[in-house]
Design a protein around this ligand. Sequence first.
Ligand SMILES: NC(=O)c1ccc[n+]([C@@H]2O[C@H](COP(=O)([O-])OP(=O)(O)OC[C@H]3O[C@@H](n4cnc5c(N)ncnc54)[C@H](O)[C@@H]3O)[C@@H](O)[C@H]2O)c1
Length: 257
Amino acid sequence: MFSLARKTAAVTGGGSGIGRAIVERYLNAGASVTVLDRCPGDLPEGASGIEVDVSDEAGVEAALKQVYAESGRLDILVNNAAIQPLGVGFDDLTPSLMERTFAVNVNGVAYGIKHAARLMERGGRIVNTASYSGVLGLPGASVYGTSKAAIVHLTKVAAMELAPRGITVNCVCPGTVLTPAVMEIPDNPEIPFMEERTPLGRLAKPEEIAAAFHFLASDDASYVTGAVLPVDGGIMAGWARYDTVAPANVAGGSWTD
Ligand SMILES: NC(=O)c1ccc[n+]([C@@H]2O[C@H](COP(=O)([O-])OP(=O)(O)OC[C@H]3O[C@@H](n4cnc5c(N)ncnc54)[C@H](O)[C@@H]3O)[C@@H](O)[C@H]2O)c1
């Protein structure tokens, strides 16, 4: 099911965390996979890597053309690379933080869409990594959350523009995921907070996010475009675990005024 045999995929930010889990999943499904990353690192067997900063348009264009030249096709692009500045209140916003966040997280996705679409001659799949913080307001996530909201919007506009060319564009909104970006923060208070608030009562494993990217990259997702798919343990459905709600205030199943 969801075979990616004979497909060629490029995954930005595939050197770590969610991106790496997507790379492994695509390889297992039979795709040829190239990681586009500022720091590709040790890649899983079968994947190749190109060092590129996604905020550099010429670099993204050259990397995607290289992928195309090597296999004669480009079927799938995952725009996943991002930086994640969190815990930054409005008082702490600076031009350099804002410019860098938007350059990587927003411009990088736009450049990926622009240059991949030109190479997807037989149609294709573009899947972007947004975040629940691009849909819900989170304190301290003004610049990061806004960059992710922009990815949701880029996804919808690109889905409209590219539909006539047989290219679908979707985005995934993960909840909090156990990746290095989250786990390397000492005593990260986000972890117990999110465990408490997430309806499923725990954080995600990267593989659970990668599963959605697998479906959206496959031929089976042929009628899905412009979708904003939460993979968040239920956060977007409602922001509390059942065992944290107030006790019943209704006696015997009926309301007495
Ligand atoms: N971890 C979470 O809880 C979480 C939740 C929601 C959304 N996300 C999103 O998922 C994606 C992956 O997050 P992660 O936690 O796996 O991150 P990560 O930090 O583990 O990996 C990010 C990868 O992107 C690469 N990268 C960063 N800047 C780059 C640039 N300018 N050019 C090229 N590559 C660059 C890094 O080298 C790294 O390999 C991001 O888009 C992030 O915003 C993460």
